[in-house]
Ligand binder design. Structure first.
Ligand code: NAP
Length: 292
């Protein structure tokens, strides 16, 4: 068994991003600028947004966090988005999900200018992705593909089983694996004989959100296993009061795999660089356009 080490690979990609930022500065151009809108006080969302701002600072990007009260109306939120859409000094915009229940997530996602949609959630980017055209890919599936590419995992003709069909992970993941010439099966909560389906996979990508869902009896000998899942499980012995658990029972499953991602240190850091890569690309495109 060998580790698909997201910490290591993301470190290398961050270093490349820093070099690209230096090039922009040397050419007298602006550094990339990411804006993040955070609505309400959700603890996990606050942590994610703070991590994104820290990531930006580390590679030399500018970032702006716009904190809005949980009671803000949808109209007020849309007005904020519109103002950022028209701000030439901001390259990328993300609205941290989940949003309070009185705000329609689809309306908000679609209000973001797709050329600034560095989360890759806008239907325009989703459509471009499914057609295999240049677009902003959602960060997590992009991160998984970058990880597999780094370790030269050959996907051609392999049976890839994606467990989970969410808009942000499972569905785009299946499209990207199809583009890598894998034969793709997508499983979900209604899939029959799911254990047998997963056991037939050469590559398993788990994005379920149930800690240790994938057990050794569900994994073929020599399979590649990618664990997207991150669940906070209460643990009084941990300083934070919780521990992060993946969707895969790591210890027993790892023994059967050829390659496996750890949690933490696998897909998580790759997701973070995915957002940075999209923001860099947005800045390069906006500034090239402005120069012509
Ligand atoms: P989600 O929207 O809750 O989707 C979960 C998917 O799993 C759904 O399609 C659901 O099927 C399926 N599912 C649930 N129970 C199942 C079962 N018993 N058997 C088979 N399939 C089942 O979650 P998500 O946003 O895709 O995230 C999945 C996990 O990845 C979560 O732990 C999340 O925290 C993590 N995540 C990690 C990163 C990262 O950076 N590492 C990024 C994003 C998400 P139905 O559609 O039929 O309900």
């Amino acid at each position: 068994m060998q580790l698909l080490n997201g910490n290591e690979v993301s470190k290398q990609i961050r270093s490349t991003i820093r070099t690209e930022v230096e090039k922009l500065t040397q050419n007298g151009q602006r550094v990339p600028h990411l804006a993040a809108i955070l609505v309400g006080e959700d603890g996990a969302s606050q942590t994610y947004v703070a991590a994104k701002a820290k990531d930006c600072a580390e590679v030399g990007f500018e970032s702006t966090v716009i904190r809005l009260d949980a009671g803000i109306s949808e109209q007020e939120l849309l007005a904020q988005i519109e103002s950022i859409n028209h701000n030439p000094l901001i390259d990328g915009l993300i609205v941290q999900l989940p949003l309070p229940s009185h705000i329609n997530t689809q309306t908000v996602t679609q209000a973001i200018d797709w050329r600034k949609d560095v989360d890759g959630f806008h239907p325009m980017n989703v459509g471009l992705m499914f057609k295999g055209l240049p677009c902003y890919l959602p960060a997590t599936p992009m991160g998984v593909v970058l990880l597999l590419e780094h370790y030269q995992i050959d996907c051609t003709g392999k049976h890839c089983v994606v467990v989970g069909r969410s808009d942000i992970v499972g569905k785009p993941m299946s499209a990207l694996m199809l583009q890598k010439n894998a034969t793709v099966t997508v499983c979900h909560s209604k899939t029959q004989n799911i254990e047998a389906v997963i056991r037939s996979a050469d590559i398993v990508i788990a994005a379920v959100g149930i800690p240790e869902y994938i057990k050794p009896n569900m994994v073929k000998q020599g399979a590649v296993v990618v664990d997207v899942g991150i669940t906070r499980v209460a643990d009084a012995t941990a300083k934070s009061g919780f521990r992060l658990k993946g969707d895969v029972a790591f210890e027993p499953v790892a023994q059967q795999t050829s390659w496996i991602t750890p949690v933490p240190g696998g897909v998580g850091p790759m997701t973070r660089v995915g957002l940075l890569l999209n923001t860099l690309r947005a800045a390069q495109q906006h500034q090239n356009k402005a120069a012509h």
